[in-house]
Design a protein around this ligand. Sequence first.
Ligand code: PHE
Length: 447
Amino acid sequence: MNKRSSFSGKLGFVLAAAGSAVGLGNIWRFPYLAAQYGGGTFLLIYLILAVTFGFSLMIAEVAIGRKTGLSAIGAFKALDSRFGFLGVLAALVPIIIFPYYSVIGGWVVKYFTVFLTGGAHAAAGDDYFTGFVGGTFEPLGWFLIFLGVTAVIVLLGVEKGIEKVSKFMMPVLVVLAVGISIYCLMMDGAMEGLAYYVQPHMADVSVKTVLSAMGQLFYSMSLAMGIMVTYGSYMRKDTNLESSVRQIEIFDTAIAFLAGLMIIPAVFVFSGGDPKMLQSGPSLMFVILPKVFDTMHFGNAVGAAFFLLVIFAALTSSISLMETIVSIFQDKFHWRRRNTCIFVAVLALVMGIPSSLGFGTLSFITWAGMTILDIMDFVSNSVMMPIVAFFTCVFVGFFVKPKTIADEVKVTDGRFVGEKLFTVMIKWITPVFLVLILLSSVANAMG
Ligand code: PHE
């Protein structure tokens, strides 16, 4: 039996798990959702959900991983043999996400090089983005580069690869995020944009706002896909689980908030407060933002710094996705790590190609108006994640029992401050909401 590798200490675990959590979800998805759903209102709801739902599920997942010392497939089964299916379901989510996440990662690398070489003006053109993603070989090439870098880091292992890279990239990411936010907030008129972003308007509170905030929360915290279970299995018993989870959450939420500060006021100024542009959805980062950079002083430098930040965020997340898949195959088939890494990289390459081509050569393949990449995103995030999270709650709440999880949390120093909250959330409140999320996303897709 191979000895399981582990993080060297608390900082290593927190930074690597935060690296997984902080990703495209924070920088690309959070700001456009916040802009769409009433700014401050969305922010407030998100915060409340993070300290209740997010906290409870993350505690459960990390504790399951550390208690069993296994990745998702083995971990659920080890605690209750009837729940083997849940491990398999959870394992499928990163296998679906990793390929298309790397395709988007490739786009980010491309945009970084464009700004680095002074191409802000070109990137601001109306058809630049669609022209690029509609191509055949160019997006594939960038996808390959992003995937290759991810694979090399994962190949180096948990401590030498993942932990080292996270310890370098996460601090740089924070510095860049703070710096760019300050710069963007100094633009004339940015304060009005700031107000739009942070002021809650009670009129915007709706079921839809709550549900999209909740969906975003699970995605952003890398929950319900076995990632936190896997990272938990690398966590040492002398590392405090509860305080680590809180730090990861604070970190993840802070970066999402900063991403909004970088993007929303700047777009507000650029568009003169035009809600249409602010609410442009997924294209905010790749289409509108380059236009904003183009009009700024030092636009190329700010743009390059911004996309470098996004690269770091995306890389630490893709590493966690790949590591989770590798550890699943290793636990299951006992292959050597190196061979497993190569196998997973090739698998991701093959699976990612259709997502990349879905905007050009294969654009005739759509479902309910979604391209191949959108379909992958929809199936994994809007359908499978709520299902896995729901069963995780039922599993912990009624089979393994919250007390078992609480005991694992207490291993380090006998304390679990949020135990009551955790128990109520995981047994009753979270599962109900998860069913609502699932119904609403399916209803949405069906039009
Ligand atoms: N949590 C990551 C983010 O916010 C996304 C992610 C999803 C990472 C799934 C890994 C797995 O972008």
